[in-house]
Design a protein around this ligand. Structure first.
Ligand SMILES: [Zn+2]
Length: 161
């Protein structure tokens, strides 16, 4: 049986991988409910467009997963993401503390606070993810032509870049 019956077709493929993180955040310069500290089960999907290799793979799903885990999961899972202009960050600074040390579960314990230079919206998180995933995936596989990232903050709300 011939699996590839039209070899002259464009063999550019889009493969995707999704991970989830449990991540808290709050928005600054915003008057709605998301100005309160709250958490989501974030879903991070990357769609990778690249050429088909002679072995029939576009890019190994394991490679995509490894990049998602190292650049997204390890950073954001069970963490709180705060804008550097968040008053909480300023409050810690006024006390002469790092915000991570202030929020660590035990004194001197591991901190899971990520201070970022922009409001931690789904849109900005997606832009960050697109940049770092593109860099890593392109380095691993030069045939990667583009990446698209979809960040679901809830099951009905997503940002795509
Ligand atoms: Zn939120």
């Amino acid at each position: 049986m011939k699996l590839l019956q039209v070899p002259e077709l464009d063999h550019t493929i889009v493969v995707s991988k999704t991970i989830t993180t449990e991540t808290a955040h709050r928005l600054t310069n915003y008057a709605g409910k998301c100005a309160h500290i709250h958490g989501h089960s974030w879903q991070w999907t990357v769609k990778v467009r690249c050429g088909l290799m002679s072995n029939g793979l576009a890019i190994d799903f394991g490679d995509i997963k490894q990049v998602l885990n190292s650049r997204i999961h390890d950073l954001f899972d069970h963490a709180i993401v705060l804008h550097e202009l968040d008053p909480l960050v300023g409050y810690a600074s006024d006390l002469g503390m790092e915000i991570g040390a202030m929020l660590a579960p035990i004194p001197g314990g591991e901190t899971r606070v990520v201070v970022v230079d922009a409001n931690p919206t789904s849109e900005n998180m997606a832009l960050y993810a697109k940049k770092v995933l593109w860099e890593d995936l392109r380095t691993r596989n030069p045939s990667v032509a583009s990446v698209k990232v979809i960040v679901n903050e809830t099951c009905t709300s997503a940002a795509e870049v």
